[in-house]
Design a protein around this ligand. Structure first.
Ligand code: ADP
Ligand code: MG
Length: 338
């Protein structure tokens, strides 16, 4: 089973993200996961992936603020830092809970893997990035960044200066100017994950009974260059879609996406809104086309579930952390099946 953890498993929206706050959230999350492991059979396997949005955003701020003292690191390197930071917190907390549980659980090993995910250098996202990150800016602030830091504002798709490797300083207007004094935001490419680079090694660990934490933040995005060598690129891969690639790599039967809502819903945000308990592959594809799931949040989760079932997975579930055990028993969550 592969579990994909959303942002709220590590940092709540109203928190600053101190070490103490994050460890408290990670602790709540790990208690639930250990509850799940307790109910599993000895031969059942578990692997975990997680988001990194707020953490990688904060690390970027630290890079920029400290640039007068030490050189800021490239974005892919910062992504690897976030995997280390979050992986460490989960690894240690899970180890402590498993030890406390005793018996068979006390001897289950846990490890986090610094993990690359392959994308195509020809992915259209590199020529027209769509994923917004970080703060909102006014027109004046955006122009300030253009003049001082070399950002470009609303470039036409496909411009040459959108360097695939190290830059990507693009600002786009993401909401109409009338609706907000700060309608601009930085956008980065979000290419489709092709393959989990360390997937083979991760599978061997999982098969041995190790609880593996990997593909954090959607994985560190890499391309194969002309020589066939791996190279980091400036991008953010969707963590649910990358999680699905990891589920394939470990040949998971179940793919469990835990977020801050109990179900995927139809007519989301409308008075007719209603939870989906169960949907076939065909229904999931139909609802997706009809626009029930928002892009950038529920959309990619449902897309990842569809991909998993098409690949040969038995069951994909979208639910909340609090309902994880009920979701596994079929009493909660949105279930997608062949
Ligand atoms: P995560 O960090 O877990 O990936 P996201 O914010 O990306 O969290 O996705 C979860 C959010 O998706 C919910 O909080 C909800 O606001 C939003 N959402 C969009 N469309 C739907 C829908 N059809 N049903 C339920 N939630 C939806
Ligand atoms: Mg998300």
């Amino acid at each position: 089973m592969l579990i994909a953890l959303g942002g709220n498993a590590i940092k709540r929206a109203n928190e600053a993200g101190t070490t103490e706050e994050q460890l408290r959230n990670v602790s709540i999350t790990c208690e639930q996961i250990v509850g799940l492991i307790k109910r599993q059979g000895e031969d059942d396997r578990i692997a975990i992936t997680h988001g990194n949005g707020p953490q990688v955003g904060n690390l970027l701020v630290q890079q920029e603020a400290g640039a007068y003292l030490v050189p800021p690191q490239a974005f892919d390197v910062v992504g690897s830092m976030s995997q280390g930071q979050i992986g460490y917190m989960f690894q240690q907390t899970l180890q402590n809970y498993l030890r406390a549980a005793g018996g068979r659980l006390a001897s289950i090993p846990v490890v986090s893997v610094v993990n690359q995910v392959l994308v195509s250098p020809d992915d259209p996202e590199f020529l027209d990035p769509t994923k917004p990150i970080g703060n909102f800016f006014s027109r004046e602030e955006a122009e300030g960044l253009m003049n001082t830091k070399g950002y470009v504002i609303d470039p036409p798709a496909g411009r040459e200066y959108l360097d695939k490797k190290r830059t990507g300083f693009v600002i786009k207007q993401v909401v109409p100017a009338e609706s907000s004094p700060k309608p601009y935001r930085r956008v980065v490419p979000s290419p489709d994950p092709i393959e989990n680079v360390e997937g083979g090694a991760i599978k061997r660990l999982v098969d041995m009974g190790v609880v593996v934490i990997a593909s954090g933040g959607g994985g560190i995005p890499v391309i194969r260059n002309e020589e066939g060598s791996l190279e980091g690129v400036f991008a953010v891969i969707d963590k649910d879609k990358a999680g699905e690639r990891m589920a394939e790599a470990i040949e998971a039967t179940h793919f469990l996406i835990l977020t801050d809502v109990e179900n995927a819903m139809l007519d989301y945000g409308k008075p007719t809104q209603r939870p989906i308990n169960d949907m076939s592959l065909e229904e999931a594809e139909m609802y997706l086309t009809e626009g029930h799931f928002l892009r950038g949040s529920m959309g990619p989760k449902v897309e990842a579930c569809i991909r998993f079932i098409k690949w040969g997975g038995e069951r994909a579930i979208i639910s909340s952390l609090e309902r994880v055990v009920d979701a596994m028993d079929g009493r909660a969550g949105t279930h997608i099946h062949p």
